[in-house]
Every structure is written in C-alpha cells, then in structure tokens.
Design a protein around this ligand. Structure first.
Ligand SMILES: [Zn+2]
Length: 435
C-alpha cells in the first residue's frame, strides 16, 4: 500500500478519533483560565506526544485573566418578568448597583440599522441579534459591538439565535478602558426589552467580574521532513463555559490529533515537515495565535508552506475552506479533495474568524476548514450556546473531516513547489492587513 492508502486506512479504522473528542468534551467548555482549560491542555500535551512521537513544547502566554461572577438584567417597572443574560467575554463590570439606561432595539444590528438610529444610541444600551456566523453577508457580533461603542452606547446586548431561554456568549471588546458592559440575552428577554408603545424600555444591567494577571500556553510539536519547509496544522483549544464547546472546537482538536497520528510515520520521508499548533485564547480575539505568528521571523514565515486551521469541522457533512485571499489555494484544495472523491467548497475573501487569520496577516497561505458554511439550519447554529454538546456530532462527519484534512495536509507535505504564493508586505497592505 502507498502512503495515501495507509493514511486513509488508519483513519478509517481509528477509534482514537472519537475517544479524543469525547475526552475533550468531558473536560467541559475549556474557558480560558478555568481548570477545564488546564485539564484539556494537559490531555492534549500527552496525546500530541503520543501521536507524533516528538517532544511537545508549551509556549507560555501571560495575559489579563477574566472570569464571570454574576450578570443580572432587569426591565424596570412594575410587573416586568425576570430576564436572563450572561456577560460576554472580557466585558467590564458595571458600577456597583448596576448600569441603568434605556434600551434601543436595533433589530439585526446592521450598519444600516445603526445609521437609521444614529441619534438614539448615545447613552443607551444597544440591543442586536446574534446571526449565523458562517455565511456570506453575516455581520459579526464584534462588529456590532464596535459600532455601538463608537456611537457612545452605554452597554451592549445580543439576543440568542435559539428560542427556549437559551443564552448566547462570545467575545466583546479588547479588555481596554473604552470597553462597554456587554451581555448575551435570551430571545425571551430581548423581546421583553423591545420598545413598548413607542418608548424605550428602562433597564438595569449589573455585571460583576474578576480580573487578575494569569498565564496559559500554546502547545506545539513537530516532525521534520526532508526539506526546510513546514505545513502547520492548527486548532484552538479554548472555548466557552455554557456547554462543552464540542463542535467549536473539540472537533478541530480531535481531527488534528488524528491526522498527526495517521501521517507521523511517513513525514520524515516527505519533502516538508509537519508542525501541529494547538493555540489557546482564540475566543479572546485570536490572542494565542497572534502571539505565535508575531514571534516568527520573516524567514520562518517563508518556510511555512501553508497553515491548515481546523475550527468547527462538524455539524454538517459539508466542509468549506476559507482561503483568506490566497487565490492559488482554491485549485490546490479542490485537487486534494478530489483525490478521495470528497467535495470541498472554497470561499476566497479573508474571514478573520479564527487562528488562520494571524498566519494570513504574516503573508503565509492560510485556510480555515469549517462545516456548515451558508447552511444556517445546520447544527453549527448551536455554537456559542448551551447546545454545543457532544450529542450534536455525527461520528461519520468527524471521520469525513479527518479524511479530508489528511488529504489536504498530505498533498501539502508532498507537493513540488509552493502550495500557494506568500503575500509580500505591499500585497498585505493593499489587502488591508495592518503590519
Ligand atoms: Zn472556534
């Protein structure tokens, strides 16, 4: 059997793929700074060492830790129902006694919605809706938050995509002095805060948090190939504490381990080496991978042929590669998928929604593999809610993601010539990347 056939056979017959996923989900949501994240890192270190047979290094990251203490939300006035919210990641605390302000409901919260209500925002709490994240035309929560903050909003609320008292979470500001209190709320609470008889609802939001300097680590291992170049396979470790962060991103971690295990015996004889990077603090504005990418000297960036980043690779049988503006990646990926008769869609514009964006920013060809792109009814709609749990994952989808990733990585490890052209500093500036 050739390398490819052995790789496919190993993945096809693997039971480790599912057991790694289940173990990772068993640690809980892996919110940064919690014992859940620490236990997951410990597990990943051991499993990555076993998968690669190579030394595993942890790269320490100091950061300003942030934990929730409480979040209370109320509509003021007699007979108002109790409301439910959870503070968004790194929200500042409100003053003691809470923030009292009127709520301005901007519906979905597009730029047009903000512009149409320009005079109504200053000093009020903005209410918008969480949208399905993997779709063309989607407006990200962070964008809506920034529009609210720059218009002088006193606070920010985002309503869950799911009915039935389901909360939603996600990141908000940068942890800096200009941040405003921010929370995810249930659909039912959002409805209770909507305008009544043309008047804005008066409400009180009280958020308590704990902040303290702490540290975590990125986890890396590498198997050298025959030449000086590398393929970086990555997935983010951390998640949210509403559930198990099963799809986002225990799935990516389990698939990366599986692909490393399946390819490890062959890499030393292949033209390029395989480096596996498990980055943390992804849910905190991609911090872990930013620190890693910024640590690379220009010559090291040149030697990375491609970054294949796995984030939320199950929840639908259909996978899309977000190719970050690197045009030559599209045909490369279609050929890799076709090798095993798999279907892969590609989407070219840079979507800075996971760790691949930090590689792309350094000019390195980088892609994110994601399931459910432009499929708002897929199980990916449960991301960032209490429903992102192991039971949402079909074993066949996980295996499919592993097979497709392995085809891509093997082709990148063996390809003659560049996988795709790196971008020069001028090209990066023209593409809008800050350097
Ligand atoms: Zn993710």
């Amino acid at each position: 059997m050739g390398t490819r056939e052995q790789m496919v056979s190993r993945i096809w017959n693997s039971t480790d793929l599912w057991s790694d996923l289940a173990e990772l989900c068993g640690f809980g949501g892996r919110f940064c700074g919690t014992p859940s994240e620490a236990r997951a890192r410990e597990y990943l270190r051991e499993r990555l060492a076993a998968a690669t047979g190579a030394p595993v290094t942890g790269r320490r990251i100091g950061y300003e830790g942030w934990q929730r203490e409480s979040c209370a939300l109320a509509r003021l006035g007699a007979g108002a129902p109790p409301l439910h919210g959870t503070s968004l990641v790194r929200s500042p605390a409100t003053p003691a006694g809470g923030l009292e302000a009127e709520v301005v409901d901007l519906g979905r919260g597009t730029l047009e919605d903000f512009r149409a209500n320009e005079a109504d925002i200053d000093g009020r709490i903005v209410l918008v809706r969480h949208e399905y994240m993997f779709a063309t035309g989607h407006v990200h929560r962070r964008q809506k938050y920034l529009w609210a903050r720059e218009r002088g909003a006193a606070g920010f609320l985002i309503s869950s995509p799911l009915p039935g008292q389901s909360l939603v979470t996600g990141s908000s500001g940068e942890g800096g002095p200009y941040d405003i209190p921010a929370a995810g709320v249930t659909q039912e609470s959002a409805a209770a805060l909507a305008r009544v008889r043309g008047r804005h609802a008066q409400s009180r939001l009280e958020i308590r948090t704990r902040r303290a300097p702490t540290h975590t680590e990125n986890i890396l291992a590498e198997i050298a190939g025959r030449g000086p170049e590398w393929v970086v396979l990555s997935a983010h470790i951390d998640g949210h504490d509403l559930a198990q962060s099963a799809m986002d991103n225990a799935s990516g971690l389990a698939v990366a381990l599986e692909v490393a295990r399946a390819l490890a015996p062959f890499v030393p004889a292949l033209p390029r080496g395989l480096r596996v990077g498990f980055f943390t603090l992804e849910e905190w504005a991609l911090t872990g991978s930013r620190i890693y990418a910024d640590s690379l000297a220009p010559a090291e960036c040149e030697r990375i042929a491609v970054n294949v980043n796995l984030d939320s690779v199950v929840g639908s049988p259909w996978l899309t590669a977000l190719t970050s503006g690197f045009a030559d990646l599209d045909p490369f990926l279609h050929e890799a998928a076709a090798a095993s008769g798999l279907t892969l869609r590609t989407f070219r514009p840079l979507m800075p929604n996971s760790d691949h964006a930090n590689f792309a920013r350094r000019g390195i060809p980088a892609l994110r593999l994601v399931a459910g792109f432009d499929e708002p009814d897929s199980r990916l709609r449960y991301l960032l809610t209490p429903a992102d749990t192991l039971d949402k994952i079909a074993p066949a989808e996980l295996k499919l993601a592993a097979l497709l990733t392995a085809e891509i990585v093997l082709k990148a490890l063996t390809a003659d010539g560049p996988v795709a052209a790196h971008k020069t500093a001028d090209e990066l500036r023209a593409a809008g990347h800050a350097q």
